[in-house]
Design a binder for this molecule. Structure first.
Ligand code: GLC
Length: 654
């Protein structure tokens, strides 16, 4: 008689179980059994993922290597992390909690180096941060490294920032303060100086097979027919001729970032080792950089291919087995129709990334601030397919990258707009060219083929800080826009991530082009160095810094008390009645939360009847959680929403 959980038809341990048992033979029995249970739970995902990508024999051989790798990482996992694993197995929704608050920064620009970051933990705690994304900090080559996204060694930290031991220590320090360390896993490409690329350049056949190399232009030209360009100005085309390797190398991003060939199982095995290495250092979330680009298919744009999802499924299964405390986050800045696929759709439902950036929400927040019309946002956001309830969006007002106007033509047409014209309007608005624009961003990578003009700029500069001068009314609008955008991000459910400096309304960095290797890439305009003197102003009443800082802190504090903001709850967009107001509802067994956002500088209103009809919330007994004051409809039955005001309405009688 087997145990209850054992499959009835089992004839004995599988090859995979045997290999694991062999690797763990020195371990105590309970530790071996714990691993066996995880295999029982998660191995099917590894198998399904590999099986969808590689030939059966290749997949089987790779699986055997991976289980030994996972068992090794499991066996060597430090005690405190093993404990965290158990905690998170018991509480798998840890990253969905309403008390999550993210912060993203370059270690050097925030605090000098890794030791400096540890000294600034108090600042993060003051803000309520529970998730810290430190921008790429692993070893890069000399010169331009695309902000660290060209990794030359996954096992070493950039020497100016510290060592692997410093990184491990920092992860522990953060964890003791309840802050999860988030690092990039740059898995689409490596630096031309990475040992794999060096070996390929030296003629080593094994490593040449790590990359997409072409002797002549025939295939590159055929691929190019369907490939968009990521950096049309900085790095035109998707292939680079390299004399040393004697071939055209696939380089989606910069010429010094060599795309890996994931159809080669050796690449999978190598990156899987990196994942488990980072996990055992104490990294708790891996941001899968440029994940959409991993798989190439002739005749397509080589983005969002099904194999990308299969690879993610296998990687996640493996991570869950060896280090279940670790979550995976997709960095897929793709159109709305492809976004939800990164959480897993169909048979992959809920089996891929735990977290994914909500690019659409970010784009529509800025689009609506410029147009003062919520109809497009309401249409686009309500049209997104539902995401699995076990996952979470990463919401953000802006990141370290430019803003690309991912507004679909179909969404625009549905509300009577021309997609191309609206995208042009947004580029002109945010670069300050549009008459009366409050924004002062820079155009990033004007694509002459498609007409796309992406935008660089800090939140404060895009929200009008540079144009407001000292005018108190204008400054009110600036603060209003910044806090409104953050209220939307914090009110959407998931992990809201603040970009360093936005909490203090820091404007564009006027000196951005002065640093070595930065002058051709104006994204550096919105990656300033932290100004710690200025940060002191957060305590000086009445300053813009203080108003924004305390406003964001307040939003985060209120949010952490609202179970309605747990990421498992969907956000439903309510009908647009006044085009200045975006209304959404989150229905929870403890009662609904209705959020009203006025995207304009004039007073607006929303009918209580529509709220009641669509959310069940009785507005007559409503309280705004943000001001702790009663919400009363006026005699005309409408709830007033002041310029740039956000209301988070609960039923106080519940
Ligand atoms: C991601 C990063 C971006 C980088 C690119 C290539 O999109 O966010 O900064 O340039 O990947 O690694």
């Amino acid at each position: 008689m087997g145990t209850l959980s054992a499959p009835v038809t089992r004839s004995g341990p599988s090859r995979i179980e045997q290999l694991a048992a062999r690797r763990l033979r020195e371990e105590k029995r309970w530790k071996r059994e714990r691993f066996a249970l995880r295999l029982e739970r998660w191995w099917a995902d590894v198998e399904a993922g590999l099986g969808a990508v590689y030939d059966p024999e290749v997949a089987a051989g790779l699986g055997e290597r991976l289980v030994v790798l996972a068992a090794g990482a499991y066996s060597e996992r430090p005690g405190d992390l093993a404990r965290l694993d158990e905690q998170r197995i018991l509480r798998p929704d840890w990253f969905q909690s309403e008390s999550m608050l993210g912060y993203a920064a370059y270690a050097d620009r925030f605090a000098g180096d890794l030791a400096g970051v540890a000294e600034r933990v108090a600042y993060l705690e003051e803000l309520g941060v529970t998730y810290l994304h430190l921008m790429p900090l692993l070893m890069t080559a000399e010169g331009d490294s695309d902000g660290g996204y060209a990794v030359a060694d996954y096992h070493r930290v950039r020497p100016d920032l510290g060592t692997i031991d410093d990184l491990r220590a920092l992860a522990g320090r953060l964890r003791r303060s309840g802050i999860s360390l988030v690092l990039d896993l740059v898995l689409n490409h490596v630096a031309r100086e990475h040992p794999w690329a060096r070996a390929a350049r030296g003629g080593d056949a094994r490593h040449r097979a790590f990359f997409h190399l072409f002797e002549d232009r025939e295939l590159p030209d055929a691929y190019e027919m369907h490939l968009p360009e990521v950096f049309p100005g900085l790095a035109p085309g998707n292939f680079t001729w390299d004399d040393e390797v004697g071939a055209w190398v696939w380089t989606t991003f910069n010429s010094f970032q060599w795309d890996l060939d994931w159809s080669n199982p050796e690449v999978f095995a190598a990156l899987a080792e990196v994942v488990l290495f980072l996990a055992n250092l104490g990294v708790e979330v891996l941001r899968l950089d440029a994940i959409a680009f991993l798989w190439k298919r002739m005749g397509t744009d080589c983005r969002n291919q099904p194999e990308v999802h299969a690879i993610t499924r296998a990687l996640r299964g493996l991570t869950r087995i060896a280090a279940p405390a670790v979550a995976l986050q997709a960095e897929a800045i793709v159109g709305p129709e492809d976004l939800v696929g990164y959480f897993g759709s169909g048979a992959d439902h809920g089996k891929l990334c735990d977290l994914a950036y909500h690019n659409s929400l970010m784009v529509h927040t800025w689009s609506t601030l410029a147009s003062r019309d919520t109809r497009l946002a309401a249409h686009a956001l309500s049209g997104l397919p539902p995401k699995p309830t076990s996952t979470a969006w990463v919401t953000y007002v802006r990141g370290h990258d430019d803003i690309g106007w991912a507004v679909s033509d179909a969404d625009a047409a549905a509300v009577g707009l021309d997609g191309g014209a609206h995208r042009r309007f947004l580029s002109e608005y945010y670069s300050g060219a549009f008459p009366g624009s409050f924004a002062r961003g820079l155009v990033f990578q004007h694509d002459l083929g498609t007409g796309d003009r992406r935008i660089s700029g800090t939140t404060a500069s895009l929200a009008g800080r540079d144009t407001a001068g000292d005018d108190p009314v204008e400054l009110d609008s600036v603060v209003g826009r910044i806090l409104l955008a953050h209220a939307v991000a914090l009110g959407w459910g998931g992990v809201p991530v603040l970009w360093m400096g936005d909490e203090l309304a820091i404007g564009n960095d006027g000196e951005w082009a002065g640093e070595a290797g930065h002058d051709a890439d104006n994204r550096w305009v919105h990656r300033p160095r932290m100004d710690w003197e200025r940060a002191e102003l957060r305590h000086l009443s009445g300053t813009v810094e203080q108003r924004v800082w305390s406003g964001i802190r307040h939003l985060a504090a209120v949010r952490s008390r609202l179970p309605q903001l747990h990421a498992s709850i969907p956000t439903d967009v309510l009908p647009v009645v006044d085009p200045g107001v975006l209304a959404v509802a989150r229905r929870h067994p403890l009662g609904p939360l209705v959020e009203l956002y006025n995207f304009t500088e004039s007073p607006r209103s929303y009918p209580a009847g529509v709220i009641e009809e669509h959310s069940g919330l009785r507005v007559g007994s409503g309280t705004d959680a943000l001001t702790a004051s009663e919400v009363r409809p006026d005699d005309d039955g409408r709830v007033r929403v002041a310029p740039y005001e956000a209301l988070w309405v609960l039923d106080r009688s519940l």
